[in-house]
Ligand binder design. Structure first.
Ligand code: FES
Length: 140
């Protein structure tokens, strides 16, 4: 049912933890399954130099967060905002249909962390206009 990559990231998740003095923190949750994901980012010159996560959730959510941290580390804010849950699922070798929302949570967590960063620094990130991290996570 799960790809080897999913299993591997679930068993050895990368970048687990918190960043002290993070530049942005995003927390999102899915009200249906009750899973919660928190993402911490460190930004220098518009580049995500560090990212860590804590996920209280299912194995797919953990694997998705782990993969997401690897995908956005070293990327610019703009590049990170282009990451979709489909990219995450694809990088994981696919997710079963009932687990697609777990990858949506990871995409939302990145956006929520970047939104927090933009608010703290009083900058406007166009791509995030209209994004509401507290909104119910929809299945794309
Ligand atoms: Fe909800 Fe995976 S079952 S995030």
């Amino acid at each position: 049912m799960y790809s080897e990559i999913v299993m591997e990231h679930f068993q050895n998740p990368r970048n687990v933890g918190e960043i002290e003095n993070a530049d942005g923190i995003g927390e999102v949750g899915n009200p249906k399954c009750g899973d919660i994901m928190k993402m911490y980012i460190k930004i220098e010159d518009n580049v995500i130099v560090d990212v860590k996560f804590k996920t209280f959730g299912c194995g797919s959510a953990i694997a998705s967060s782990s993969m997401t941290t690897e995908l956005i580390k070293g990327k610019t804010i703009k590049e990170a905002l282009q990451l979709t849950n489909k990219d995450v699922a694809q990088a994981l070798g696919g997710l079963p249909p009932v687990k697609v929302h777990c990858s949506v949570l990871a995409e939302q967590a990145v956006k929520a962390a970047l939104l927090d960063y933009s608010k703290r620094n009083n900058i406007i990130i166009e791509e995030l206009e209209g994004f509401d991290p507290t909104e119910d996570v929809h299945h794309h």
